[in-house]
Write a protein that binds this ligand. Sequence first.
Ligand code: ZN
Length: 126
Amino acid sequence: MALDLQALPYEFINDLKERGHSEEDISKMTPERAFTEYCNWQGLINWGDSLWLAVHKFKNANMNEEFVAISNNLVQEVKAYQVTIYECECPFCEANVRVADDDGLSEASFEQKCTECGKAFPVRCE
Ligand SMILES: [Zn+2]
């Protein structure tokens, strides 16, 4: 287990560094260890393990909000409708490229960028 420092707020990393850990050390910590060190730095000495467990227990007890809304009949049935999707073939790499919804209008001409090779080419919707 290791930590992705890009995914952590800068303040967290900074606090751990002020506690004497290098970024390399931090990146090798488990999330639990980093959290414990973070708690220690915040003055929650030896609270890390208990708080870590508590957070996970509270999270596990969280009911899925969508499910709660459905079971309480708070969500109305919505209508589904048929849509036309435009696709074209890239003249450079022959990939099938889906035209963005707001460009995909009948008779419309525009420049499309290939999602595979990134090259642009003119398209006209039939
Ligand atoms: Zn292409």
